[in-house]
Design a protein around this ligand. Structure first.
Ligand code: 5MM
Length: 340
């Protein structure tokens, strides 16, 4: 492990005004996204869509890393340039999703666990050859009002995340550690804060036990937010305060950056919430984004699978990147939404 290199890559991904574009939808997930705009999920359509994203002019100002899926890291532009090379040449670190999705957790009351540890060292080495600089593993953590997640479910996820992160650092890839407490359900923001705190406490304890160096990793968590069906929804300021209170308690200052997922928030909400956290002042870590849906929803809506729409789709991505870049400094205002 070359710690200086890991630190350099991690810090570059979350450099000032930068964050991550999560374009690592697995085949079933991208199919759902394409279904919503009535586009068939063929390999060529997926390649073309990702090419539109990755060739968007100017995004390198606000995007420090892009997370790819196994199929995508093996794909090329129309001219034959591998996507990983295209991104690296633009100063954007290519990354790779390496988990194999969520399955039922044995002996639990309906909780899930992420699979993908078997053979991971060899897969990571291959991804490095293909140009990856970082990796990502997502722990999908269900939440209800009382019993879920259980201490057993949390520990199982924390252990898997730590084994993954240690393997990444061993082969020289920066691990993005993604414990995602889902937004689905009726739970309150207070319940989300309690559960998120327990999850983070367990994750950092396991990372430490597995000798993961905090300076050479990034954390990709959920924000502290009420369930989508909770009758009391929260404003950005409340979300920002609850999130920062929770993270100050449980996330070591040595971690270079926290790159939040959007988790089903709208694109505007995700930008407002990121802005509110950064408007609170400087934090020990870079407070940034690793959005999938919150960056891509307007792009898909503009594209509609039509070549003639490629340029307006890229404009939609440019706008979201620019506004989230401003939110990294707490300088975003909602009136800017109509200023492309
Ligand atoms: C982009 O989607 C990623 C892969 O998801 P699946 O394994 O379900 O296909 C996902 O891990 C994503 O990186 C995070 O959920 C963040 O994306 P959002 O849309 O929540 O910002």
């Amino acid at each position: 492990m070359n710690l200086d290199e890991l630190k350099r890559v991690a810090q570059a991904i979350v450099a000032k005004q930068k964050g991550v574009l999560a374009a690592d939808e697995s085949s079933p997930t991208i199919k759902k996204r394409f279904d919503s705009i009535k586009v068939e999920s063929t390999e060529e359509n997926r390649r073309r869509y990702r090419e539109i994203l990755f060739t968007t002019p100017g995004i390198e100002r606000n995007i420090g890393g892009v997370i790819l899926y196994d199929e995508t890291i093996r794909q090329h532009t129309r001219e034959g340039v591998p996507f990983a090379k295209l991104l690296s040449d633009r100063g954007i670190a290519p990354g790779i999703k390496v988990d194999k999705g969520a399955k039922a957790l044995a002996m639990s009351d309906g909780e899930r666990i992420t699979e993908g540890l078997d053979g991971l060292r060899e897969r990571l080495l291959e991804y490095r050859q293909l140009g990856a600089k970082f990796a990502k593993w997502r722990a999908v953590i269900d939440i209800d009002e009382h019993k879920i997640p259980s201490p057993y479910g949390i520990r199982a996820h924390a252990h898997a995340l730590a084994r993954y992160a240690a393997l990444c650092q061993e082969v020289g890839l920066v691990p993005i550690v993604e414990p995602e407490v889902l937004m689905d359900g009726v739970h309150t923001i207070a319940r989300c804060e309690t559960v998120t705190g327990r999850v983070l406490e367990s994750v950092f304890s396991e990372l430490d036990a597995h000798r993961v160096v905090f300076d050479g990793m990034l954390l990709k968590p959920n924000m502290v937010i009420p369930g989508k069906k909770c009758e009391h929804q929260a404003f950005a300021q409340e979300i920002a305060e609850a999130t920062m209170r929770c993270f100050y308690r449980y996330v070591p200052a040595a971690v270079p950056g926290i790159v939040f997922l959007s988790g089903g928030q709208s694109d505007v909400e995700a930008t407002e919430n990121l802005n509110a956290m950064n408007a609170m002042g400087n934090h020990p870590w870079q407070v940034s984004f690793s959005y999938g849906r919150a960056l891509q929803a307007p792009v898909l809506a503009a594209w509609q699978g039509k070549e003639a729409n490629a340029e307006i789709a890229q404009h939609a991505l440019q706008l979201r990147c620019r506004l989230n870049g401003l939110a990294r400094d707490g300088k975003y205002e909602k009136s800017m939404e109509h200023s492309n």
